[in-house]
Every structure is written in C-alpha cells, then in structure tokens.
Design a protein around this ligand. Sequence first.
Ligand code: NAD
Ligand code: DAU
Length: 354
Amino acid sequence: MIFVTGGAGFIGANFVLDWLAENDESIVNIDKLTYAGNLESLSSLQGDNRHIFVQGDIGDASLISELLEKHQPRAVINFAAESHVDRSIHGPEAFIQTNVVGTFHLLEAIRAYWNKLDGNSKQNFRLLHVSTDEVYGSLAKDEPAFTETHQYEPNSPYSASKAASDHLVHSYHHTYGLPVLTTNCSNNYGPYHFPEKLIPLIIVNALAGKSLPVYGDGQQIRDWLYVKDHCSAIRRVLAAGTSGETYNVGGWNEKPNLEIVHTVCSLLDELRPRADKQGYAEPISFVTDRLGHDRRYAIDARKIERELDWKPVETFDTGIRKTVQWYLDNQDWVANVQSGAYRDWVEKNYQERS
Ligand code: NAD
Ligand code: DAU
C-alpha cells in the first residue's frame, strides 16, 4: 500500500481517484482538511476499503509514525501544502508551518520508519515530494524554460516555503540516504479545482454574472497542465524515477492569463450561452496586481519525456474543454465549496483591488 498526504485537495484527490481506478493497491490518505481539503471530491470512494482516510497533520510526527508502523507503506507521496500564492501574501505563517515545519516533521517520521526497514523493503521504499515550478522564480519573455538544474529563486512566501521543503527533502537524501523523488510541476487545471485559483474562479464568477478579475495587465504567462496528466507523471516517476532525482513536469502550454480568461468565456458562450445573449467576457475587469507577481513560468519537460517516456495526453484545447464541462456538470460541488469561509476570502482578496 501507499500513503498520500493532502489527498483531499485538488491534485491529491484527482491522484487518489485515478490511482484506485487503475490498480488495486490501497491508499492511506492523510489530510488535515483545511479550507482546501474536501472529502466531497472523494465521495465516489465511499465504501471502498482500498481508501483509508485519516484526518491529520503532516506536522504531527507521532501520528505519522504510528500510521507508518501500522500500515507499512512502500511509498509516501506528499501533496500536503498550503498552495495559494495570494493567501501566502495575506498570511504567510500557515505556509511556513505546513510547507516547511510540517515537511520537516514528515521527513523525520519517514526517516525513522525507513531506518527500521530491511532488505528489499528498505531499498525499494520511496518518498515522492510534489513541488512546483514557482521555486525557480520568474522568467523574462525570451529566456529558456526551467530545467531541473535551474537556480532556485522563489519570490513569494508560498514559493519560498516550497523551495525550503524541496531543500529539506534533498538534504534527507544526501545526508541520510533516504530514497526520495521530487517533481516540480507547472500550473494544473481540471476537476475539483478550488475556485480561488484563476481558471475555476473565472468559470464560477462568469456563470454567476460576477466580475472577472484580471490582475495587472493580464499578460503574465503560466504553463498549463491538465491535472490528470500531472497524476500520470507522478505515477510514472514513482514507478521508474531514479532515487534522488528531480523531474520537471509540464505540458508545453504557455499562455498569458488574459488569453486563458477569454478561452474560458468562449467555451461558456458555446456550451451554456447566456440567456441575455451577452458574451461571458463582458465583465472582465483589470484589477490591482498581485504583490511581487511573477511574470512568466515555463517548464522544460524533456527529462521526464526522455528518461521515463512520459507525455501528457491532453492538449490545452481538449483539457480546458473538459474542465469547463466538468464545472457545468458539477454545480452542486461548486455550491458546496462556496461556504462562508470562501466568501470571506473572496471579500478579503478582491475588495482592496481597485
Ligand atoms: P490544495 O490547496 O488544493 O490541497 C492541499 C491539500 O493539503 C488540502 O486537502 C489540505 O487540506 C491539505 N493540507 C494542508 N495542510 C496540511 C497539513 N499540515 N497536513 C495535512 N494536510 C494538509 O493544493 P493542490 O493544488 O492540490 O496542490 C497539491 C500539491 O501540489 C502542493 O504541494 C502544491 O504545492 C503542489 N503543486 C500544485 C500545483 C497547482 O497548480 N495546483 C502545481 C504544482 C505543484
Ligand atoms: O505554477 C504552479 C503553481 O500554480 C502552484 O505551485 C500553485 O499552488 C498554484 O496555485 C498556481 O499558482 P498561480 O499563482 O500561478 O495560480 P493562480 O490560479 O492563483 O493564478 C494564475 C495566474 O492568474 C497568476 O498569474 C495570477 C492570475 N490571477 C489569479 C487570480 C486568482 C488573476 O489574474 N486573477 C485572479 O483572480
């Protein structure tokens, strides 16, 4: 069996669902259930005894140790993190607690467990740490995409905390020999994406006839990957990656934010035309930029393609169409995550942007 942390979040939940759809190996899913954790995303697994959910914190080393001893997993995949850049600007502390201190405690628990393993179990054990392209900092328009050897230059409290966690993971490999794998992925999109992030926020705001907030000039570039392709990359790295190595994961889909917003609006125009015959793009509004906003990210995914024979299945056109359709088909999921706490966040983040 394997352990997944943060498996009730956006990428973690997609990973758990896809893993159990593809094979019978059980998962212990440890998630603190912060505002971003949502068991409704896993409701199709109710009654499936291959999925064992434990509400818990990766920073709780004694809980993690107890679970490791009890279940004896062959691998741990660490998705658990505070993940939203804007929230890290408003309140960095939770990012340091979970992404840095939490990862440290998780590493300590895993190191103690791994030290007691022997033979093949010890040799074959893996910790796969899921990280981000944001650790590499921001690129100018004509600079080459991030390779695995690109210098770390994180710019936000979020990316700095993820960079710290990557360094800790690397140090446990270098110093103690812990068998680790690290993936640094570009922006994901797809089902179960919490609507504080650009793509789901634009879909839910557009459907509600609300303003579509574009930070600054909307020409910041992100490199987009359909979440299920990220999940398949993680499965591939776990199966065939070399211990101690880092793999950059991306879809070769660099797009400016404004283009993303227009694409989503055009798809909504086609799939669910507005009753008043107006276009969904009509309420686009340019608002005050994110502090320290990184201009461009781009992933060079040639290493994982070459060494592990991984490639994404979706193009941006197919992935974004599936995503918009998923939100149209899952309005209950959307309504349920738009709780009081969600509304408080939206008010805090957007009220002060002129
Ligand atoms: P998310 O915010 O949707 O989910 C994070 C999950 O972790 C939630 O379920 C939350 O409850 C849980 N969690 C938070 N703190 C925890 C703690 N202390 N202990 C246990 N669980 C905790 O995030 P996501 O978008 O699914 O991202 C997952 C991982 O992938 C993160 O590490 C993130 O840095 C990384 N990543 C995300 C993207 C992206 O585009 N979303 C891209 C590259 C890498
Ligand atoms: O690059 C990988 C990263 O992608 C992950 O590590 C993060 O966890 C994930 O949240 C994401 O970070 P971004 O900051 O790129 O994602 P977000 O969806 O918040 O923003 C995407 C772009 O859209 C960014 O340039 C900011 C802009 N934006 C965002 C929001 C929420 C807007 O213009 N308006 C908005 O309302």
